[in-house]
Design a protein around this ligand. Structure first.
Ligand SMILES: Cc1cc2nc3c(=O)[nH]c(=O)nc-3n(C[C@H](O)[C@H](O)[C@H](O)COP(=O)(O)OP(=O)(O)OC[C@H]3O[C@@H](n4cnc5c(N)ncnc54)[C@H](O)[C@@H]3O)c2cc1C
Length: 397
């Protein structure tokens, strides 16, 4: 998969790459993950065990391109890892390394506007003032950032009208719970709806709520006691649902869906925990959209259909404007933390090359030790990147 994940895909020419072409007969990108797995497994339940991971991209395995069978491979081959302290611990560690390299990180300073000289991005205006920079790296949700921070007339390929016509991933209904008591239950419990195909059809095509929804419960305290006070648990319940759509009014559905999930997790072995809840935060697709600035609340960004992947996704060196680079789920390779870190590696390499800074950013983690900090003398650039990297309090929910 390296040729796929590590190439910038700045145009169709990048598809005609010998390493990639050699892989095509194996990868069969035109097939869905489920169709691809049918070659190996007749039993639908076994296929399910190898394909539900496409939900990590917010996609149905019946539509998700077979390239993403890599997700189940990674999971079964290398295992699932939990950073002690939660995912935010990864961001804190990256911030520590960045500061050591000379980066100044500005927190609680949302970018309100990207500044342009003609078609070139030359800085940002935040609630604290303007920062003039050599380049701008955008990590905020792609479609929302374009709509809010880049004037429509400056864009050619990704205008507001075109963004509205794109396909978007599903969203999630979340319950973050602080509960009195501990549970002798696994770290991960995934409940697949009895009618899985119907549940996925409801999410992706009909945009309605299913009677029997799939859901995931994370009982991370069994692995990481730092997440809750002694004798308590931090549970995280996620149900994949449609992105924001007029068919679902979350002001009406929120309470009903919450109750339904409490019933479901009781059946999953947690019992009636509602009375033991000491802290609760519910997030609906409408909240992802309005409070967390995610276009249509599509938490996994633009859908990962073949017509929105590789060079057809917004490019890491953003094609509509000069001096602007993208990282995150909205650019190549796509959504989910492992590939998002790849997008950061690709974009950093392009950016440093464009600025004429000698770079030795490794292609694979195994070569990480050769990483140099040749860019540490460019604080203005990296300040902007960091402030848009989500290293602010709102992101650590
Ligand atoms: C509930 C849930 C569970 C998930 N679980 C997993 C998992 O287990 N494993 C996995 O690999 N992936 C998982 N994902 C997917 C993964 O979290 C996302 O794909 C990833 O976080 C997206 O990264 P990003 O950098 O594109 O955007 P984000 O992580 O959303 O980062 C964008 C940041 O930009 C900030 N921002 C937005 N606007 C501005 C502005 N104007 N100024 C400054 N900052 C701004 C935001 O506050 C945010 O912090 C999950 C997603 C969800 C929603």
């Amino acid at each position: 998969m390296e040729p796929c994940l590590e190439t910038p895909f700045l145009g169709w020419q990048d598809l005609v790459n010998t390493r990639l072409l050699k892989m095509l007969p194996m990868l069969r990108p035109h097939q869905s993950v489920d169709t691809y797995l049918k070659r190996f497994f007749k039993d639908e339940r076994v296929r399910l065990a190898f394909c539900f991971q496409s939900k990590y991209l917010g996609m149905s395995p019946f539509r998700c391109p077979s390239l993403f069978s890599i997700l189940s491979f990674l999971e079964y081959e290398y295992g699932v890892w939990h950073p002690i302290g939660g995912c935010a611990a990864v961001c804190h560690s990256m911030a520590r390394v960045a500061r050591r390299l000379g980066v100044e990180i500005c927190l609680n300073e949302p970018v309100e506007e990207i500044l342009f000289a003609g078609r070139r991005a030359v800085g940002v205006r935040t609630n604290a003032g303007s920062h003039h920079t050599d380049a701008v790296v955008v990590n905020a949700d792609f479609a929302r950032a374009m709509e809010r921070m880049v004037p429509d007339h400056l864009r050619r390929r990704w205008t507001n009208a075109k963004l509205a016509k794109k396909k978007y991933s599903c969203s999630t209904f979340m319950m973050y719970l602080g509960v009195e008591g501990t549970f002798d239950l696994p770290h991960h419990t995934i409940h697949i709806a009895s009618e899985y195909a119907k549940n996925l059809d409801d999410i992706e095509n009909k945009h309605v709520l299913s009677d029997d929804s799939s859901f995931y419960v994370q009982n991370a305290c069994v692995t990481d006691p730092t997440l809750a006070p002694k004798g308590h648990s931090a549970l995280y319940v996620l149900s994949p649902v449609s992105h924001q759509h007029p068919n679902i009014d979350w002001t009406k559905e929120r309470a009903r869906f919450r109750k339904l999930l409490f019933e479901k997790i009781a059946q999953a072995g947690y019992g009636d925990i509602e009375k033991r809840v000491r802290y609760e935060r519910v997030i609906t697709p409408a909240d992802w959209d309005s409070r967390y600035e995610i276009y249509r609340g599509a938490t996994f960004n633009l859908a990962h259909s073949l017509d929105q992947m590789l060079h057809l996704r917004p490019h890491n060196r953003f094609e509509d404007l000069d001096g602007m680079y993208l990282v995150g789920g909205g650019t190549h390779p796509g959504s989910g933390l492992p590939v998002i870190f790849e997008s950061a590696r690709i974009s950093s390499r392009l950016l440093l090359e464009d600025l004429g800074i000698e770079t030795n950013i490794p292609l694979t983690p195994a070569r990480e030790e050769h990483l140099t900090s040749a860019s540490a003398d460019k604080p203005s650039l990296f300040t902007t990147a960091a402030s848009m990297l989500g290293l602010k309090s709102k992101s650590t929910t």
